[in-house]
Design a protein around this ligand. Sequence first.
Ligand SMILES: [Zn+2]
Length: 238
Amino acid sequence: MDLPPGDAEHLAARAHRVRLDRKATLMTPGSPINSVYFPETGALSEFVLMADGSAVEVGFIGREGMAGWPAVFGSHVSGVWVVCQMSGLFLQFATTELAAEVDRNPELHRRLHHHAAAVIGQRAISAGCDRHHDVVARAARHLLAARDLRVDNELVVTHEFLALRLGVQRPTVTVALAELERLGAVTHRRGRVTVVDRACLEQITCECYWAMRREIARHLDWLPASLRSSFSDASGAA
Ligand SMILES: [Zn+2]
């Protein structure tokens, strides 16, 4: 998430810039939210954990977002497992520092609240998508969403992670990726999925991908043009 202009230096001076590697765990269900994280170049995922040990992704956090957002509302215990999905750099704020800054800075307060509204709106869309749309369309949605946050076309996505993101077994992911490859949208080799035809992927995905983009564009009005263009409604607006 971009910090408010004019305050960025002040805020950055109170943050630590940390490098996180893929699969690094930041929070677990029930753990205290001691810090929040703003991705600069990497991405994080939020998962709910089931009693049988299975996990389902409920949130994907890139440059537009933050991890630990319930702390903005005074909730300091995580309900989700937060894990690094894409290695990179992240700004880390102690939650105590964040609370003081939110009180001091109305624009930061506004951005964090609007971000939370976008997260809640996206989760509502995702709940409907999981119930009504097939796994190939949902896989295309996840790949497009991840692609929107990268500057290159290659995503380090393993079958294991995609299975977690889709809430399905790995053989189902294998079938879905094979179908996306047959249709010419992606190639995948040794755990790396490469988007080779974005337009094709956009044809395959469901309307939820576009609805989620609109949710981001509607709430996150401060995004820089370079990032905002990723969420503009130029296509698929139906
Ligand atoms: Zn859908």
